[in-house]
Ligand binder design. Structure first.
Ligand code: AMP
Length: 488
């Protein structure tokens, strides 16, 4: 199929062809004609599938006729992160270069005044993160009753980040007669319920199985002691033929520390996390895109959905709290048919997180060893049933054999690790993630409150606030051996 057969106008087709795209991706092929018909769309698609153009291209044509009034945008696109919002804005600039549409980008970290000036001129397309949009609304700088097209992008991420109340409020401010396009990488029941409320008789478009890991990504996982992770990462980076790499950390604080450490060891490394100012985030991202920075250490919130052409490697310095994040992280590589590589460094206490990921992706991540770094086993406890170090299906990243702690360490429970392994049937059902992990993830992903209001609402004591993961301090998932022993 060609772009010409989708019903797009000549100026849009011209811009697409100048970009070098000849064939629409499956989501574009399915969604563009439906959007042009004025129907609501419920799209199940991840970033990397060409999803952005599937709504941007037809929206340019829909909005081409008509004029925006002062402070009354004609369309609204909600994005969970600033980077994604900026990426969508770039798409509008690129594909809309032969149309005269006014666009405004409302994201945190950028001055209110510039954004207000843009709103006053009248905008056809408003791209915003929910918090910043509501701030402008509350200041009376934007009115939403002329919005004719609404896009809610990355709905599952909005849910994870706790943005759904804001999104609900925004939708309540819009006219009921509108066209709504709703996209999510996954469709859990909460998301489906939201879609039912926001959409009217939508056409459903699904382009890839929810949360499947790309098949052209070569994955590996090394279990090493927490204190060996930096050394392991350096060795992996040196061993691999790296063009450019993203290194993900679970905590913002660790991003800066790891970047400093990599720089100290002579690597060309930058950092990207949610506490950086918006201009600094954009500048770092641009330098990474231009190849001036080779290794970018990042938190999930900053790197979500980043579209970097030809990324060769993704490293997980920590196992992500949410299994879906694993799929999103490694999906930054292996794009557009290219082969990508991902390596995950797991510490012995991250076994349950790895298990949740493997349940989600339906496969075991091949275990690798890092030469010169000791491979260890996962701790065995109530929530961490399977210990795996070297041995079982291990694929070596380097030919060298290393000493393992597994040979010397005893499992913590009464049973040997092997006997505690989950049954295949148990692995087929996806476990409910523990409350603690879900809360930790939500805390971790939430944009700092200061982005919206300049005030911090975090009243937790200093010591708790230092922990970006928000996890309770205490036993956590660990069950002492005496409690696990059966009663006599
Ligand atoms: P997205 O899923 O919107 O993040 O898009 C992922 C990448 O695919 C971006 O780099 C797009 O520029 C690119 N892309 C979008 N549409 C096409 C197409 N029809 N052919 C080739 N690449 C495309």
């Amino acid at each position: 199929m060609s772009f010409e057969s989708l019903g797009l106008s000549s100026p849009v087709l011209q811009a697409v062809s100048e970009k070098g795209y000849t064939t629409p991706t499956p989501i574009q092929e399915k969604a563009i004609p439906i959007v042009l018909m004025g129907r609501d769309v419920l799209g199940c698609a991840q970033t990397g599938t060409g999803k952005t153009a599937s709504f941007v291209l037809p929206m340019i044509d829909i909005l081409d006729h008509g004029r925006a009034k002062m402070r009354m945008p004609r369309s609204l696109i909600l994005e969970p992160t600033r980077e994604l919002a900026a990426q969508v804005a770039e798409n509008f600039d690129m594909y809309g270069k032969y149309n005269k549409l006014n666009m405004a980008l409302l994201i945190g970290g950028v001055s209110f005044e510039d954004q207000e000036r843009a709103l006053e001129r009248g905008v056809d397309v408003l791209i915003a993160t929910p918090g910043r949009l509501l701030d402008h609304f509350e200041r009376g700088k934007v009115l939403l009753n002329d919005v004719k097209v609404l896009v809610i992008d990355e709905a599952d991420r909005m849910l994870d980040m706790g943005f759904i109340p804001d999104v609900e409020r925004i939708v309540s401010l819009l006219p009921p007669l509108r066209q709504t396009l709703f996209f999510s990488a996954t469709m859990p029941p909460e998301i489906r319920r939201l879609a039912d409320r926001f959409l009217s008789n939508p056409r459903e478009v699904t382009v890839s199985p929810p949360a499947s890991a790309g098949t052209n990504i070569v994955q590996g996982l090394a279990v090493v002691a927490e204190e060996d992770k930096r050394e392991a990462l350096r060795r992996l980076i040196r061993e691999q033929d790296i063009k450019n790499a993203l290194v993900f950390c679970n905590r913002k604080r660790d991003v800066a520390i790891l970047q400093g450490s990599l720089k100290k060891h002579g690597f060309n490394a930058g950092a990207l996390h949610g506490d950086m100012s918006q201009p600094a985030r954009m500048e770092t991202l641009e330098r990474f895109k231009q190849g001036e920075i080779q290794i970018l250490v990042a938190s999930d919130v900053a790197a979500r959905g980043l579209d970097i052409v030809d990324m060769s490697h993704v490293f997980n310095f920590d196992v992500p709290f949410s299994p879906e994040d694993y799929v999103h992280r490694i999906g930054r590589t292996g794009r557009a048919g290219k082969t990508g590589h991902s390596f995950t460094l797991a510490s012995p206490d991250e076994g349950s997180l790895v298990e949740a990921i493997e349940n989600l992706i339906g496969t075991t991540i091949p275990r690798v060893e890092v030469s010169g770094v000791e491979t260890v086993a996962f701790e065995a406890s109530a929530g961490r049933k399977r210990g795996r170090g070297r041995g079982r299906g291990v694929k070596a990243a380097s030919g060298e054999r290393t000493r393992t702690r597994r040979e010397t360490r005893k499992p913590r429970g009464d049973q040997p690790v092997e006997q505690q392994a989950a049954t295949p049937a148990a692995r087929e059902t996806r476990p409910q993630r523990p409350q603690r992990e879900r809360r930790a993830e939500r805390e971790h992903h939430r944009e700092p409150r200061t982005e919206r209001t300049g005030r911090s609402h975090d009243r937790r004591p200093e010591r708790r606030r230092e922990r970006d993961d928000g996890a309770p301090v205490g036993l956590g998932d660990h069950v002492p051996a005496f409690l696990a022993r059966p009663p006599r």
